[in-house]
Design a protein around this ligand. Structure first.
Ligand code: 6R9
Length: 649
């Protein structure tokens, strides 16, 4: 990547050191880097020892079958025991594990002792329904505690769960059931969303019609809506309700499959990413301890992701529960019944550790600073971000308006395939730079290479690679190992690097700045410019709340930059603004990065996990029919955007 493209973010010179008291009391201190560097395997063995094993491993890492790793070879453990029972045995049965907050305002607190009973009952019920070690169970559930219980019950009996996001269509669910050959589907009658209810069971019924591997459908009652009832259907409250709370967890091999999670591929069929037991839990647990600095006795932790995404797996279920956390689980949306809902929840539960996404942060900034200001957010002591690059201005807004200008902010880079956080500040150690994920965590190794796999110097950009195996790395793609090799390991086969598919750069200090997916890098008059760079420049302009940038085909320059911009509440669109924004980008990055066209819009197309779908904006910018919008959170958004564009059809 050329140096021009690097200038904008590299000019960011604000630094935020951890508060002294935070640093002094931090779970993980600076020495962890050197310790891991000296002996990576010994470091991870020490982190594995934070868990409770039935049988000790004989070898930390077996990399002889690369790219399929084996971690903690020969070790045996039960994940549900580690996430639940051992906290009860340690005398913490009365501690709240989950504070559930329903969208309509109903709430429930579940202690570790209660969670142990529920998971044991569900494990017995699953066994009763014929589910055995290695069987696949599809989970199509809203954000309710039973979802975590269902996942832990699968883990407890060695079954492999495949959680499918509740807003996915019946067709998407059926495809995932078929690909995994799932035997049982766990779902709910419905859930509350934006003041109404969604009839999830109707979707599940449609999916199961024709999905022949499904023998039973276990249905949690959440809304009490009328549901059609078929021969395979069993109520959760009947089957789980009648089951015994006595269940002896069996220890499974460290490489026993734990879950499959589908992630969309750039082309065609979704990929069923496979994670296993010992290495996955070791890294999910350690990173949660290190990055969120969890003090289980006093902290209240809240990850706002949906359990249907990897963030929900690792940082709502396995990471926090393995560490004995008290956490909040929220069913609904951030603006129901009002735009201060999140802050009301932080205030109500005295949330101290909050983990959310840049897209949400930019939305809150757009809604206005006065909304969080109405709530008492003084309990917060750490803020996290995940899912997309966080622009420096959004980072600053988050720290200032949510974190009271005192909390560390951790920007955490990782993927479904990495299983757990890979690159992030350590909140008690790192002097953070707004917009940078900083350095690989202790025990993790990453680098930035050029297209030939040569490591770039500081101050340069390229492709992010992971150059050493890590415990929670994916073990494959369900049913298609060749695709696993082709997608992630073929590009830099010679060097043996994992290709993440993200652009990144190293600044002069060697700190990492993630630039978005590689296909989000534009080529304008021979210069590589990342969409994130231009977006960050636009968002640093006071009137702009959010921006999405695409490269559209251009006969003279190869690509031209087209920006879609959302203004902050109260800002007016006028002709001067257009010129001012172009001048601003030009000043921030250089004339080469100045957008040719700026379109003010009300919304941007996003996936349900909050990632901007630049592909669709590119269709609009190139004046083509808009492609597949089925994974959009709100499919009407594209119609609104097209309607505003004079030339679009
Ligand atoms: C955890 C998760 C993975 C992709 C990843 C990258 C983007 C995630 C990021 C980030 C910049 C961060 N991404 N975190 N980009 N900074 N802190 O989101 O997993 O849904 O598989 O997405 O998300 O592009 O490659 P997943």
């Amino acid at each position: 990547m050329s140096n021009e493209a690097l200038s904008n973010l590299l000019r960011e010179d604000r630094r935020f050191a951890p508060p002294a008291a935070f640093a002094a009391d931090a779970n993980v201190k600076a020495d962890a880097y050197a310790e891991a560097e000296a002996d990576r395997e010994a470091f991870w063995a020490k982190q594995a020892s934070r868990l409770s094993w039935d049988t000790e491993w004989s070898e930390v890492l077996d990399w002889s079958g690369k790219p399929v790793a084996k971690w903690f070879v020969g070790g045996k453990l039960n994940i549900a025991y580690n996430c639940v029972d051992r906290h009860v045995e340690a005398g913490n049965g009365d501690r709240v594990a989950i504070h559930f907050e329903g969208e309509p305002g109903d709430s429930r607190a579940i202690t570790y002792a209660e969670l142990k009973d529920e998971v044991s009952k569900a494990a017995n019920a699953l066994t009763e329904l014929g589910v055995r070690q290695g069987d696949r169970v599809a989970i199509y559930m809203p954000m309710i505690p039973e979802t975590a219980v269902a996942m832990l019950a699968c883990a407890r009996i060695g079954a492999v769960h495949s959680v499918v996001f509740a807003a996915f269509s019946p067709d998407a669910l059926r495809a995932r059931i078929e690909d995994a050959g799932a035997k049982l589907l766990i779902t709910a009658d419905g859930y509350h969303r934006r003041g109404g209810t969604v009839n999830l069971k109707a979707n599940a019924d449609e999916a199961v019609t024709g999905a022949e591997t499904i023998e039973n459908v276990l249905v949690v009652k959440r809304t009490g809506a009328d549901v059609a009832w078929g021969a395979k259907d069993v109520w959760w409250h009947d089957a789980v309700g009648a089951a015994s709370t006595e269940h002896t967890p069996e220890a499974f091999d460290s490489e026993n499959p734990l879950f499959i999670l589908y992630t969309s591929g750039t082309t065609g069929k979704p990929k069923g990413i496979l994670h296993t037991t010992g290495g996955y839990l070791t890294q999910a647990s350690y990173t949660h301890h290190a990055v969120f600095d969890l003090k289980p006795e006093t902290d209240v932790y809240w990850c706002t992701a949906d359990v249907g995404w990897v963030t929900g797996h690792s940082y709502i279920v396995y990471g926090p529960l393995s560490n004995g956390a008290t956490e909040v689980m929220y069913e609904g949306t951030p603006d129901t019944p009002h735009q201060g809902r999140f802050w009301e929840i932080v205030q109500k539960y005295k949330v101290s550790l909050l983990y959310t996404a840049p897209t949400a942060i930019r939305m809150f900034a757009k809604w206005g600073d006065d909304i969080p200001a109405k709530f008492d957010l003084s309990s917060l002591r750490l803020l996290g971000s995940v899912g997309e690059p966080i622009n420096p201005e959004a980072w600053i807004w988050y720290r200032k308006n949510i974190g009271g200008d005192r909390t560390p902010v951790v920007d955490t880079w990782w993927q479904t395939e990495t299983g757990a956080i890979m690159i992030s500040p350590l909140p008690g150690v790192t002097e953070a730079k707004p917009g940078s994920a900083m350095r690989p965590l202790p025990g993790i190794s990453a680098n930035v290479v050029d297209k030939d796999g040569a490591i770039v110097e500081n101050g340069h950009g390229g492709l992010l690679v992971l150059d050493k195996p890590w415990p929670s790395m994916a073990r494959g793609i369900w049913g298609d190992q060749q695709r696993f090799v082709d997608t992630y390991w073929a590009r830099f086969a010679e060097q043996g690097y994992y290709f993440a598919g993200d652009g990144a750069k190293k600044d002069d200090d060697g700190d990492l700045w993630l630039l978005g997916r590689v296909d989000d890098i534009m080529l304008v008059s021979g210069h590589n410019i990342s969409t994130t760079e231009v977006e960050s420049a636009l968002v640093s302009y006071p009137a702009v709340a959010e921006a999405a940038v695409v490269g559209a085909k251009d006969e003279t320059t190869g690509q031209r930059i087209v920006a879609f911009v959302i203004l902050r509440a109260g800002e007016q669109e006028d002709t001067e603004l257009d010129a001012a924004l172009k001048a601003h980008v030009s000043k921030e990055i250089g004339p080469i990065a100045k957008p040719k066209q700026i379109q003010i819009v009300a919304e941007l197309p996003k996936t349900r996990s909050g990632k901007i779908m630049r592909r669709l904006l590119k269709d609009v910018a190139e004046d083509r029919a808009v492609g597949d919008t089925t994974t959009l959170a709100d499919s009407a958004v594209m119609d609104l955007i097209k309607a505003k564009l004079p030339h679009a059809t």
